[in-house]
Design a protein around this ligand. Structure first.
Ligand SMILES: *Cc1c(COP(=O)(O)O)cnc(C)c1O
Length: 378
């Protein structure tokens, strides 16, 4: 019996690669609170992503989302809504609720599975007076090829737009534009399960220096330079050691992404003829995993069972979508029809992508689906 193929196989720098930085941290006796490692890492993240970007690092992506929602929209009084997709990870609607808003769900586009502009437009046409802003998402960290349409909608309605790009550090909207510089700000997670991993960590990235400063105050008890609380804040600071790991992770990151994209290309080549459809623009993404839809929900369930029986860890993100999870079920009357979300959630599969996945492991994953199709024909 061959060994289990894990869903996620994180790559971390060797102990030797961070030993010198750890020695510096101990020598400086500076472990957190915007020390030299964190300052360097914030700068390096900005330079990696593009020109003119300001970066506030965070202890994790969820705190970066909380900071974004509070600093961009202000605190809600529990009556106003934020437009948010249901086909995403629960952290974005959770952040909305923490900051005093209700989620107003929008549907996803049937081709890209990204938040659907037309669906959002319908919600704004009927309930615009109850919507204070937009929290859109680059689904699975894949840059939405229609991001400009979202920006146009936000501008038309004079609504700020936070983008949850948590899994998408290293992804691109197009050949020459990294994810990170769109909307009012974009959010990243550097959790151990993401392609760019430092353990726990995150960042808020924006073209607005005042927003980056506000995000830093938010994560430091709402203190301004006089160390007095000016706004409601919390402790969301990134530790020096995690920042040092991040600096080491940037070394060779693009080569690791190229390895992940080769796995994706192999999946697509082998599985598209078997009827699986992969997400547009995923070939330009950092590929936290490879998402595909089957023609029918029954085929999805059958395939998931086959992979699992063969010791291949697969998932079905985001199923159930957030609006079907107990906390959120039935919370919003100000929502779009979510038929596409429900349909995609019923047909989606998430396949493992590792930095240096062996051709043998790739073949084990694709072999199962090809066998399933062969079975259908006979
Ligand atoms: C991972 C993820 C988060 C949460 O980030 P953490 O760093 O784990 O807090 C939020 N949103 C999306 C879409 C994610 O994939």
């Amino acid at each position: 019996m061959s060994s289990e193929i894990p869903f996620i196989r994180p790559t971390f720098p060797s102990p030797e690669a961070v030993a010198a930085a750890y020695a510096e941290v101990v020598e400086a006796n500076w472990f957190t609170n915007f020390g030299p490692q964190e300052r360097r890492f914030a700068g390096a993240v900005g330079s990696y992503l593009g020109d003119g970007l300001h970066v506030a690092t965070f202890a994790n992506g969820t705190l970066a989302l909380l900071a974004a929602v509070q600093c961009v929209f202000g605190r809600g009084d529990g009556t106003q809504h934020l437009l948010v997709p249901s086909f995403t990870f629960a952290a974005a609607p959770q952040a909305a609720v923490w900051c005093g808003y209700r989620p107003a769900w929008c549907d996803v586009d049937p081709e890209t599975w990204q938040p659907d502009v037309a669906s959002a437009r319908r919600v704004l046409a009927t309930h615009g007076d109850q919507v204070a802003g937009i929290v859109m998402a680059n689904v699975f960290g894949v840059g939405d090829p229609r991001i400009a349409d979202w920006e146009a909608l936000a501008a038309e309605h004079r609504l700020p737009m936070v983008i949850d790009s948590a899994a998408g550090f290293g992804s691109s909207y197009s050949r020459d534009e990294h994810v990170g510089g769109r909307g009012t700000c974009e959010i990243f997670s550097f959790h151990a399960t993401k392609p760019f991993a430092i353990g726990e960590g995150g960042a808020l990235v924006t073209r607005d220096p005042d927003l980056a400063r506000a995000a830093q105050e938010f994560q430091n008890f709402g203190f301004d330079a006089s160390r007095q609380s000016q706004v409601l804040g919390l402790n969301g600071k990134l530790q020096e050691l995690n920042a040092a790991i991040g600096l080491a992770q940037l070394d060779g990151f693009d080569e690791r992404l190229a390895g992940r994209r080769r796995v994706f290309d192999a999946y697509r080549e082998a599985l598209e003829p078997s009827g699986l459809t992969f997400q547009p623009n995923a070939e330009l993404s950092s590929l936290c995993f490879a998402a595909a839809v089957t023609p029918t929900a029954a085929q999805r369930d059958e395939l998931l069972a086959r992979w699992q029986a063969a010791g291949i860890q697969v998932r079905a993100y985001y199923n159930p979508p957030v609006h079907r999870q107990p906390l959120f079920a039935g919370t919003s009357s100000v929502s779009a029809d979510l038929a596409v979300t429900d349909d995609i959630a019923a047909r989606i599969v998430s396949l493992p992508v590792h930095d240096a996945m062996s051709p043998g492991d790739v073949a084990r994953v694709t072999g199962i689906a090809t066998v399933a199709r062969g079975g259908d024909r006979t």
